[in-house]
Design a protein around this ligand. Structure first.
Ligand SMILES: Nc1ncnc2c1ncn2[C@@H]1O[C@H](COP(=O)(O)OP(=O)(O)OP(=O)(O)O)[C@@H](O)[C@H]1O
Length: 251
């Protein structure tokens, strides 16, 4: 039985059926990619996992617990973290502060600011944050303001903010969007290294180089329906996928 089980999920926006009887079984430790053309329903599905949207019908079970009807922060506390398409970071704070905040938020439900307008620097939390910044290759920039980072580094910082929460399931929404090829390859390497920690990952991605470098399983969505599912090699050769995804072009 998978760590995340999605059964018969339907979601409509007015007359538009964005998700139609979607089923998904994500195995623990897997890198499960969700691919599909623009408007296929990928983000809508991800939003149903993190409490941003509620399916009209169906169930989403994580580790045996339903994720439906509980608040986003409770889903987060249950061990689900998400990296967004546009990094959600605190631009005026340093990198180290950015990485410390989620730990406070998880522990206290908020973070505390002292009289100097700095976040309180509990030693053990700072140490943990330093290790994570080292892991994502940002150790040397830890005192810089997050605003001053390049786009690629901002995404790495957001990843660090997720990792510090020690999630069981990491949701990555286009983790390499807008990156140069070099940054994309660095991110692939980084995500592979993170894989060694046994964190299950769901990746939404348009870049097939990223998908085929990382995924152990791929689900293909088209017009709100899962049209194919399997190992990367199976998906690559599936004519339905080539037709739906690229209008017949080869993946
Ligand atoms: N809040 C909303 N209100 C109305 N329609 C929406 C809403 N969110 C998504 N949709 C529609 O639902 C469909 C699925 O959108 P979704 O963003 O999930 O697709 P996607 O596969 O993530 O696309 P992309 O790859 O372009 O990000 C689209 O037709 C979109 O216009």
């Amino acid at each position: 039985m998978g760590i995340l089980q999605v059964q018969d999920v339907n979601k409509s926006f007015g007359g538009l059926k964005a998700l139609h009887n979607v089923n998904l079984d994500v195995e623990e430790g897997a890198v499960h990619a969700i691919i599909g053309p623009n408007g296929a329903g990928k983000s809508t599905l991800l939003n149903c996992f993190v409490g941003r949207l509620k399916p009209d019908t169906g169930s989403v079970m994580f580790n045996g617990t339903s994720l439906l009807g509980i608040a986003p922060h409770e889903i987060n506390q249950a061990g689900v973290a998400r990296v967004f398409q546009t990094p959600e970071i605190f631009g005026d704070l340093s990198l180290i502060e950015n990485v410390m905040i989620p730990t406070f938020a998880k522990r206290d439900g908020a973070y505390t600011v002292n009289a100097w307008g700095r976040i309180d620097q509990a030693a053990e939390i700072r140490e943990k944050a330093e290790h994570i910044l080292e892991d994502v290759g940002l150790a040397e920039k830890q005192e810089m303001h997050a605003n001053s980072l390049s786009r690629g580094d901002k995404r790495r910082l957001e990843l660090a903010m997720c990792l510090v929460q020690e999630p069981k399931l990491l949701l990555l929404d286009e983790p390499t969007a807008g990156m140069s090829r070099a940054d994309t390859n660095n991110t692939i390497d980084l995500l592979k290294r993170i894989g060694e920690r046994g964190i299950t990952k769901i990746v939404i991605e348009h870049d097939m180089h990223v998908v085929f470098s990382l995924a152990s399983k791929i689900s293909v969505l088209a017009q709100g329906t899962v049209i194919a599912e399997g190992a990367p090699e199976e998906i690559k050769g599936d004519p339905r996928v080539q037709e739906a995804y690229l209008g017949g072009a080869h993946l």
